[in-house]
Design a protein around this ligand. Structure first.
Ligand code: MOS
Length: 733
């Protein structure tokens, strides 16, 4: 293959950096009206009165929608269930009734001729409430948490084995609520196409999910709602479920019979989607020689009062390391906050943080190198099901990562490596994620001039999907990359799931391979009818499309030009669409893995921590584009630095309200926090998972990073901080 595997620059890069790429809040049409959201200032209760009179007197205000006067929307909870909604519970229904479920809940939408007018008028609403008691602190609710059934199977007798273990470690680790802060705000521009038909430009990871959702809520036919999301300015899970602004924008367009734009403010972004605050209790029992006897992992995570959101936090623990006994418990505690949502490697980012810090503490107790402990506990089989992996090159991740980092020069004693006034610490952790693959469809149109257009409803959430789709299509059709046009992010295109779970690369690639195979078959059929055809005896799987020709793979001198074949068959274009499915059977486990090595430097007097070096060695099957894949992992490492040292949504539990709802006070890593990051992809051939051996790299990059950094901080300082983020006050305490 010419393009697959090569470090190819984004084909949409030019459009993005020049501003030609348009985002949901940037599409224009004449007569656009603008919305501004008014949000609840109490955490729980009822709205008793909304006085809109002052706001309505502002010149340019068109209407103000509240639960009292809004157009009709579905009553049944089920109508609000999108593809990614939790199974248990009733989704939030914006502007539905007078009930307040969380602080920051939208309670009115001001519509005006200009955005500034809408926003000013929104400040003039007078709202009266009847307040109820509420709770927003996970620690206060932990005893009321209820157990969620999970597929991870307990094995052996973990409690008994733990009690009898020679060396034991047990601790609680805490990950606070974190909020999504993609550069692009939640935004929807709804074009009123007349007669009730709508074109909805939305910031989303799944255009068809949003389409189905809107049809359910507004009782519209699929043909009446087209959802488009050509570019996404970062999503990371925040755009998996439709957000409330798209409902409000559609509600407004239907009320005004006019096109409407609604963009949330950065502050309003904190009124929804978050990584749930989670307590991870991990207990590890080991023999004196450093093999595990027992793994016990219990998680207590927050959810809302109205939905049960939970992910796999605990199951990774008994999966990753060999241990005859393992037990998991996952609990949810209800808080008066919005339902949490997926955030990059949901469950693993938090659960593996607990596990990998606990492994480090166990290594200290065993007086064993933490990398050596992981090697002694290495498992070649999926411990839950006792089945082999399709591939697992984690050992090679450890080896190459350690070599690149220089791990063998580590002094095992904490506080002994220093550089001037700074204590230097080195930490290691493992990462693991699933290699999922989903049914999806693509359409390819090949034209006689040697161009191809490929289309699928997948979104490119910034991960590089446009580029890998173009690479794959170019290689499979034997065309130059520049001759490929990629269409994504439109609900009218062939069926695709939401872009998430790191499944897009594998899923779309195989849909392309299948569809390209059908095109190839058609080209061969025509080529065979040519007089004196060199391919008269060839079979469909015996030819490939290379350099504009149909070529006999066994004897490459035998070929027919694609252009000649199409001309002969009087074909201007060949169009094929097909849906690819996967064998997701239970014979093998499918996972990606990583080994992360981190160096921190801690100012001994001030407690200031800098992450000066990170090596992340990843095993994720075939890497389609080493440049965009590298960016994915690097981004995951940067986010891991934020998780370890910066990110924390602070809720005032007396008000039930987020206090740092802005990116000045909600800290994320900036350039000054990011130093040397080295990404390694180890070779991981995989002939079992799928024909092309693809696993996906969207999420693995963050898993384990915060643990490697926390472990490095311990190694530097001798102080173990288990509550994230590790801020200097905790270190100095
Ligand atoms: Mo990812 S958290 O599935 O967008």
């Amino acid at each position: 293959m010419t393009y697959i595997g090569t470090p190819t620059s984004r084909i949409d890069g030019h459009a993005k950096v020049t501003g030609a790429a348009k985002y949901a809040g940037e599409f224009n049409i004449k007569g656009l009206a603008y919305g501004a959201v008014v949000a609840s200032t109490i955490a729980k209760g009822r709205i008793t009165r909304i006085d809109t009179s002052d706001a309505l007197r502002v010149e340019g205000v068109l209407d103000i929608l509240t639960h009292e006067n809004r157009p009709p929307m579905a009553r049944a909870d089920g109508a609000y269930k999108d593809d990614v909604a939790p199974e248990e519970g009733a989704p939030f229904r914006p502007l539905y009734d007078d009930k307040i479920k969380f602080n920051g809940q939208p309670i009115a939408l001001v519509l005006a001729e200009e955005w500034e007018i809408a926003r000013f008028a929104a400040s003039l609403l007078r709202i009266e409430y009847k307040k109820s008691d509420f709770v927003t602190d996970l620690h206060a609710q932990r005893d009321k948490a209820f157990v969620v059934e999970k597929p991870e199977k307990t094995r052996g007798t973990a409690d008994k084995a733990y009690a009898a273990s020679a060396v034991r470690h047990e601790a609680e680790y805490f990950i606070p609520t974190e909020h999504h802060n993609p550069m692009e705000l939640y935004a929807s521009t709804v074009m009123w196409d007349g007669g009730g038909k709508l074109t909805v430009y939305d910031k989303t990871q799944g255009v068809q999910n949003v389409q189905r959702y809107l049809c359910g809520i507004f009782n519209m036919k699929p043909d009446d709602v087209r959802v488009i999301s050509p570019f996404v300015g970062g999503a990371f899970g925040s755009g998996l479920r439709p957000q409330y602004q798209v409902v409000l924008a559609v509600l407004a367009a239907r009320a005004l019979q006019r096109s409407v734009r609604l963009v949330l403010t950065r502050q309003q972004m904190y009124g929804l989607c978050n990584r749930p605050a989670t307590i991870e209790r991990v207990a590890l029992g080991a023999t004196a020689d450093g093999t595990l006897d027992a793994v016990i992992h219990e998680a207590i995570a927050m959810t809302s009062q109205y939905e049960d959101f939970s992910r796999n936090d605990t199951g990774w623990s008994g999966l990753l390391y060999k241990s005859p006994n393992a037990k998991y418990v996952h609990r949810l505690a209800r808080l008066d906050l919005p339902t949490p949502c997926d955030m990059r490697a949901p469950g693993a980012a938090t659960g593996v943080y607990g596990l990998e810090c606990a492994m480090d503490e166990l290594a200290v107790a065993l007086k064993l190198d933490p990398l050596e402990l992981r090697l002694r506990c290495y498992s070649d089989r999926d411990q839950h099901e006792d089945i082999p992996y399709t591939s697992k090159e984690l050992r090679e991740c450890y080896r190459q990562g350690a070599a690149a980092f220089g791990w063998d020069k580590r002094n095992p004693q904490p506080r002994l490596m220093r550089d001037g006034s700074e204590l230097v610490g080195w930490g290691v952790a493992t990462g693991v994620w699933e290699a999922l693959q989903m049914e999806s469809a693509v359409r390819i149109v090949l034209t006689a001039n040697g161009h191809a257009e490929i289309a699928s409803a997948f979104s490119d959430i910034g991960t590089g999907t446009y580029t890998i789709v173009a690479q794959m299509t170019a290689d499979l059709l034997g065309l130059p990359l520049d001759n490929i046009t990629v269409k994504l992010g439109d609900s009218t295109l062939p069926q695709a799931p939401v872009e998430g779970g790191s499944w897009t690369a594998a899923s779309v690639s195989h849909a392309i391979a299948k569809t390209a195979g059908e095109l190839r078959k058609e080209l061969l059929r025509v080529a065979k009818t040519m007089p004196g055809s060199q391919l008269a005896a060839a079979k469909a799987d015996g030819v490939a499309l290379i350099d504009g020709k149909i070529v006999d793979k066994k004897d490459t001198r035998r070929s027919v030009s694609i252009a000649d074949a199409m001309r002969h068959g009087r074909l201007d274009r060949i169009e094929r669409e097909s849906t690819n499915t996967f064998d997701n059977g239970n014979s093998h486990a499918r996972n990606t893995h990583s080994a992360i090595f981190a160096e921190v430097r801690v100012d001994e007097e001030l407690g200031v921590i800098r992450v000066t070096r990170v090596v992340n060695a990843v095993a994720a099957g075939r890497i389609l584009n080493s440049k965009t894949a590298h960016s994915q992992i690097m981004g995951g490492v940067v986010w891991g630095i934020g998780m370890a040292l910066h990110e924390e949504t602070q809720v005032d539990h007396a008000l039930g309200r987020v206090m740092n709802a802005n990116i000045a006070e909600y800290h994320v890593p900036v350039n000054a926090d990011v130093h040397d990051i080295k990404v390694i992809f180890v070779d991981e051939p995989d002939e079992i998972i799928n024909p092309l051996g693809i696993k996906g790299v969207g999420e693995i990059g963050i898993v384990g990073v915060a643990a490697a950094i926390a472990n490095a901080v311990f190694h530097a300082t001798g102080k173990r901080v288990r509550d994230l983020p590790i801020t200097l006050d905790k270190l100095m305490k």
